[in-house]
Design a protein. Structure first.
Length: 321
């Protein structure tokens, strides 16, 4: 009888442990540095690490809303939007800098406009307060213009291509695939400024809720480890065809088209990421880039109180590899 009782207790405890080990829930959206997670999903690399991870596909803004609502444990977003999300009540910690935009974020203008300076007095469609707004401000600064020199029209990023095609605006600001769609839909349109002009302005990250990170640190460490396996896979030219097939399938475009998106994304190797996690004030540092975004957010009244950047960044999971 004693053996039976002990066995039942053991089974009960084992069941409780398994029940408590819920899958890590991650929300992601259409950006090469985030779609790349599908490589690990399709190849079963999370299972090989002994963790269960549940990815949910969203429109970008909806993914942040799901995180803010507590429906997911982590979300892929830019460092700037991580600050906005945190400032508005959804605390988060960036544990991974997957890449930075190196041309995929664009200011696309209608035919006849060839330079940012020619946008003076014109209407510009972009998602006000989000990362493309910051890129556009930097573009204006590069030619000595201010935001007051143009008229901003608030447009959801996934609607920018059709807005440019409608003739309502003279230019839009968007990231791939939306920027590419705008170039396709409006014959003769062109990118007159891109994130390649300001590398490191837009870092793409995996941000986790503090409660999940504190409670499941070892599991999140494994997630970060899997990410760098993905990067190694992408860096090997022999894997190019397979990688594009996996990623384009998720994005709903051809492998050839997705190949063009990859060119505008700077995937960070482990060693490059470790340098990005070093403290500094320039765009070479996630800290420095985030400070610049924080100032933009304050100046544009995206939120009212300057954020403590160090509270948003935990380099230890990357540095520990």
């Amino acid at each position: 009888m004693k053996k039976i009782i002990l066995l039942l207790v053991f089974v009960s405890l084992s069941f409780s442990c398994k029940k408590e080990k819920a899958p890590l829930k991650i929300g992601y959206s259409d950006w090469p540095g985030w779609v790349a997670w599908d490589i690990a999903i399709s190849k079963g690399w999370f299972q090989e690490e002994g963790i269960e991870v549940q990815f949910s596909w969203f429109e970008y803004t909806a993914s942040m809303d799901a995180f803010a609502s507590g429906n997911i444990d982590a979300v892929t977003m830019t460092n700037g939007d991580a600050l906005v999300t945190g400032a508005t009540g959804a605390s988060n910690v960036m544990i991974l800098a997957s890449d930075y935009s190196n041309g995929n974020d664009m200011i696309v203008a209608v035919p006849g406009i060839n330079d940012i300076s020619e946008l003076k007095g014109k209407k510009i469609g972009l998602e006000v307060g989000f990362v493309e707004h910051l890129l556009f401000v930097k573009a204006l600064e590069s030619v000595g213009l201010k935001e007051s020199d143009v008229e901003l029209v608030n447009v959801a990023t996934h609607q920018t291509a059709q807005t440019l095609a409608s003739g309502e605006v003279s230019a839009i600001a968007a990231w791939q695939p939306n920027s590419g769609e705008a170039l396709k839909e409006v014959s003769g349109s062109k990118a007159i400024y891109t994130s390649a002009n300001v590398p490191g302005l837009i870092y793409d990250c995996l941000a986790v809720s503090p409660s999940s990170l504190n409670g499941r640190r070892e599991d999140w460490q494994k997630v970060v480890k899997v990410w760098y396996r993905i990067v190694d896979f992408l860096k090997d030219p022999s894997n190019n065809k397979e990688a594009l097939e996996i990623m384009s399938s998720r994005a709903g475009v051809t492998p050839e088209e997705y190949g063009s998106f990859m060119k505008g994304t700077k995937f960070l190797t482990l060693e490059e990421s470790k340098k990005v996690f070093e403290k500094g004030n320039s765009l070479n540092s996630l800290y420095g880039s985030s400070k610049i975004v924080d100032k933009f957010n304050i100046d544009n009244k995206v939120y009212e109180v300057s954020q403590e950047i160090e509270n948003y960044i935990d380099p230890s999971l990357t540095l520990g590899l």
